[in-house]
Design a protein around this ligand. Sequence first.
Ligand code: ADP
Ligand code: MG
Length: 713
Amino acid sequence: MPLAPSAISPHRRRLLASLNQVRGVGPALEKRLAKVGIITIEDALYTLPLRYEDRREIRKIAQLRDGCREIFHATILAAGEVASPRSRRRLFEVIVGDGSGKIVLKWFHYRKEWMLRRFPIGRTLAVSGEVKRFGAIREIHHPDIEFLGGAGGDDALLAQNPIVPIYPLTEGVHQKMMRKIWATLVDSYADLCHSNIPAEFSRQRGLLPLHQALRQLHLPDPGPNWAGVEAALALARRSLVYDEFFFLELGLALRRSGIVMEQGLEFTVTHRFTKPLAHLLPFRLTAAQRRVLGEIKNDLMSSQPMHRLIQGDVGSGKTIVALMAALVAIENDTQVAVVAPTEILAEQHYLQFHRWMEALGLTVVYLTGTLSQRERRDILQRLRSGEAQMVVGTHAILQEDVEFRRLGLGIIDEQHRFGVRQRGVLRKKGEHPHMLVMTATPIPRTLAMTVYGDLALSVIDELPPGRMPIKTRVVAENSRNRVYDFIRREVASGRQAYVIYPLVEESDKSELADATAGARALKEEIFPDLRVGLLHGRLHPEEKELVMASFKAHALDILVATTVVEVGVDVPNATVIVIEHAERFGLSQLHQMRGRVGRGEHPSHCFLMRSFTCSEDAQKRLAVMEGTTDGFRIAEADLEIRGPGEFLGTKQSGLAEFRVANLLRDGRILEEAREDAFRLAADPDFLQHEKFPALRQTLLERWGSRLELAHIA
Ligand code: ADP
Ligand code: MG
């Protein structure tokens, strides 16, 4: 049965309805919630409380602990607006007492009339909030209030459910309002949530069904004590996380098996081009390169299409390995496409590949979005006819009108910027071509399982011999001149230097202006006597190439650049790299940039300039760079600091986005879900499984477009 997209189930349709269907949600509230991404009923169900309070744990005011969130019952003694003695700002105060003591409740945002009506003297409250002490006075700011006794009291509600969920707050939406609406919502809709995970897995892993887990997390069962509540919440959360991971992994498993079932091109290794290349290279491949190349050749010679990821730190020599793989494809009379995420990187690859391919008498063309119509037509024609054995370029290669005579191997240099979908597009330009994905950022295991879960993995875990370690130092603004002196000395002894200005978004005009101005100053004021080149994204491709070529040929001493040299540039004589505003970059990016030096026989240095405004956290982060040059450890630290979304730059891939799961904490659950999903997908009777139609439905709803599942038979 094919995994064709099917209609949305009636249940799901109700979950995808807008929130205004829910009692208590009017247009104003709907708008506020939409601002934080809560649009549908399903979004709301997956907006989980941040924490819970046990309203049975009531203290006396005298026993409240400073700095803790506490709950107590008290009577209103006084209420009114006052001016803060320090800031003269107005605020609303309510003084309450319970016989054991008094405490002040304060609000800084309020409507006076409403507050006066709300807090009449003599009324009894249940108060919860964080207790602060200022000298002899204790206060709670913006406490959470329930009214006890009298008409309209909250007693009944509290008695019924004393475990109170605390939701992430949105401006203008109060906890109490959130709670009321969410209680209604869960009551009327949670039961519609079914994901149909086979019962054998839920039983084995001891998990709750989806609807029960959601209900438990929103309306926790009070149970006999708090420990019991916590255990039940943990189970509910684990069940939701498993549920999220299970479907991702099932999708990846089906992708993998779908690919494996295809008939691939069975190459033979003739050595016609690989051997001459080995003779041309000025070095021998490292053991790690040879091992990875062996793994790739095995794949290429088998009847199933290769789907492999090469992971290797900056400078580990991935390009040569990719070139060798390309030559095998060319020996078998097929073509090769190399896709890079940015124009600069594509250019770099083109130059590298072109150099060796030309020496072997082969033709490479270069395809990006900035070519003229005529050039483009010409290149497309040479690919269609098979005259060019290889094309290197940007995503322009993925466009529909780019056709090959016979595409045998697709190589994607990811740097995390492509997703599964782009891989699919390239694959469809041939008949089940082999695919090789390269990435320079070591990806922590849990993340690799989700983002590259359908690829086999090869790791180049060794750098070419003779690499000198790079010394890294974080430098404050006031030591800037010493860095410039250092550059002078290195240049005097014949070396070259990079100075990098941050340009996080190439489209950010103010940043670009900053970078350009900084670069000019460096050229005209600091090093007027040295040969300084400037490289930024707005230059014409030919100009860029010219600047880069001059630097490479040592016609320039210093290359000032925006982040464009992040990847790919290879100048062994460069031994210093200065990175301005280092705190603006992720650690993995810094690691990539730092990898521009340390490529030759001389010791290299990296200076990370931090601004005056650099926060303490950022300083700590930068210190990681001083301590290690191990890309793996840096990636892990980076992931921990920035979270998977930013780490991957994933707006494109969309793969690391989970509603509940956290890749850093939930690795164990991920492994369990993966094991189960892959086992299920490998079962020859899977398609006959009674749950199959329902599973397929859920899978398509959640991951169909992101994983391109519709195309897998
Ligand atoms: P990356 O893995 O970062 O893409 P490259 O493929 O660009 O690394 O290689 C970095 C540099 O190391 C290049 O100058 C390349 O020619 C050189 N290189 C690659 N393999 C070896 C090797 N086995 N011995 C010496 N130098 C090598
Ligand atoms: Mg490279």
